[in-house]
Design a protein. Structure first.
Length: 132
């Protein structure tokens, strides 16, 4: 792994402390994709969660689709500026709707993934209740 500067093995995972896990999440899912630059704390959480589960580029592309900026997966000044023009709650709602559509698309393209559908949708439902 990039964090260890070598491939991680099962012992590395077993010995992972909560502090190190938090550092890894902070660096790879918040700082590097620049989610830390978003002002809305609830939107940060939604992007972080999606990034961990589907990749940060995917999370940012979904956000960009929601606000009408170029979906390049890079959180830059244009997307950050456009987000500010929207109602924060509306952006969060649109984002979760886009994430749901993304999941439905996965299942359509890869029907064997249907085994995960209820878990994925339950997660989005729980996030909607908590953060929208």
């Amino acid at each position: 792994s990039e964090w260890l500067k070598r491939d991680a093995d099962i012992d590395d995972v077993r010995n992972l402390t909560k502090e190190t896990a938090a550092d890894i999440y902070q660096e790879f899912y918040i700082n590097r994709p620049k989610i830390n630059l978003i002002q809305d704390e609830k939107l940060k959480i939604l992007l972080f969660d999606c990034g961990v589960n589907s990749g940060s580029k995917t999370a940012i592309k979904l956000l960009q689709q929601c606000v009408g900026t170029k979906p390049d997966g890079i959180l830059g000044a244009v997307t950050l500026g456009v987000i500010k023009a929207f109602d924060a709650r509306e952006v969060r709602e649109r984002f979760l709707n886009a994430r749901l559509a993304y999941i439905n698309n996965i299942i359509t393209r890869h029907p064997e993934q249907i085994a995960f559908e209820s878990g994925w949708k339950n997660r989005i439902s729980a996030l909607r209740k908590e953060y929208v």
